[in-house]
Every structure is written in structure tokens, then in C-alpha cells.
Ligand binder design. Structure first.
Ligand code: GRF
Length: 205
């Protein structure tokens, strides 16, 4: 099976990105990270890209959404991208891109969707709300991206226990660890053509 060309979109430190880089290097993922795109110039993920000799691209904060779209689409086409991974990318992709890459965009979210997700649920807020609500378990979810926020078909979920004394920061650390696990596993399955989407339901072959 030919290896898949992957684009990873980030906004921040990129620990999920690093987990993917490591899994590609060790041969677990049958793919190649062709480009790392960030909407934040200072994102440490861009440094990770240059450390690894992977192309990095800063997608400036363009006020014209169409222009940004155009640039992004051009890159994806030029690099012959088969899979887009949103690994802590804090911008919403346009409907145009979501449409063109249907079931080819994967996002990682740090809660058990459909809890604590949707517009404005990112960063520590997700975990603070979970702790304040008093949930006994939380976790991480990988899903395909559709036109709404955190609403596409779920691919994989994994849970962590929430203890009475856990703060949002403690929970965030616990969840981040399993994010790395399920994101790598999800991308691995995708690159091995083992994910089948049937409406809202996803079958792992
Ligand atoms: C992760 O919690 C991810 O789920 C969320 O943003 C965070 C990014 O972390 N969408 P990192 O940049 O991969 O370290």
C-alpha cells in the first residue's frame, strides 16, 4: 500500500504533532508528514518541524478568509495531501476545505464528545468545565471533521479517571497522554485504509 501524504495543522506546542512524527519515524504509521502548517508564528510546533527537517508553513492571520483558503488549498494540492490532521489547530476550517477533503480531515479533542465540546471549547476550559461538573471520567476523542465544530463521526475514544482532588491542570495532563495514544492509533488506521465511515458511525476494519 503506498504511504499516505499527511499535513498536520497546529497552533501551539505540538506535543500531538511530536507523537505523530515519532510514530512515522518508528514505522508505525505508513505515511509521510509532508508539511506542518501553523496559524501562529510563535507555535513551538513549527520549531519541531524544522528540528525534524519537515517543511513548516506559517499561514498568516489573513483577514480575508477566501485568500487563506486559497493558500491552504494550493499547498494541500501541491503536496498531494491524502490526510489532514488538526492537532491543536485553533481555527475553524472553511466549508470549502471540509467539503473537498470529506472524511480526510481528522481532529483530536480533549474530552469525550459530545461532552465539553463545540465552539469555544478548547484549552484548559474543557478540563475546567469537566472538573467543575464533577464528572468521574473524561477522555479524548478523534473524529472526522464536518462543517460544524467537534461534530463529525467519532473514530476513537479513550477514558481517564477523574479523581476528587484533580484540578483542571492535572486532568489536562492525564488527557494529553491518551490524546497522543489515540491520535497515533487513528492516523495509523487511516493510513492502513482500515477506517470506514457509514453515516455517523465509523467501523474499524
Ligand atoms: C490538545 O489538547 C488538543 O486536543 C487540543 O489542543 C491541545 C494541543 O496540544 N485541540 P499540543 O499542541 O498537541 O501539545
Amino acid at each position: 500500500m503506498p504511504e499516505k501524504n499527511i499535513a498536520v495543522l497546529i497552533s501551539g506546542s505540538g506535543t500531538n504533532l511530536q507523537a505523530l512524527i515519532d510514530a512515522v519515524k518508528s514505522g508505525r504509521i505508513n505515511g509521510k508528514i509532508k508539511i506542518i502548517i501553523s496559524n501562529n508564528k510563535e507555535a513551538y510546533g513549527l520549531k519541531r518541524a524544522s528540528n525534524e527537517g519537515i517543511k513548516g508553513f506559517y499561514l498568516g492571520n489573513n483577514s480575508e478568509e477566501n485568500k487563506e483558503d486559497e493558500i491552504l488549498l494550493e499547498i494541500l494540492k501541491k503536496e498531494n495531501i491524502d490526510l489532514i490532521v488538526l492537532a491543536g489547530y485553533l481555527k475553524i476550517l472553511s466549508e470549502n476545505i471540509v467539503d473537498k477533503y470529506k472524511n480526510k480531515i481528522i481532529n483530536i479533542h480533549p474530552s469525550l464528545i459530545p461532552s465539553f465540546c463545540g465552539k469555544n471549547y478548547y484549552g484548559i476550559k474543557v478540563h475546567q468545565e469537566a472538573v467543575d461538573y464533577g464528572v468521574k471520567i473524561s477522555g479524548a476523542t478523534t473524529h472526522f471533521v464536518d462543517e460544524k465544530t467537534d461534530s463529525g463521526p467519532i473514530i476513537m475514544q479513550k477514558t481517564v479517571k477523574v479523581n476528587y482532588e484533580d484540578t483542571a491542570e492535572i486532568l489536562q495532563k492525564k488527557v494529553l497522554k491518551i490524546e497522543h495514544e489515540i491520535l497515533v492509533e487513528t492516523v495509523m488506521l487511516f493510513c492502513d485504509d482500515k477506517i470506514k465511515v457509514d453515516g455517523r458511525k465509523v467501523k474499524i476494519k
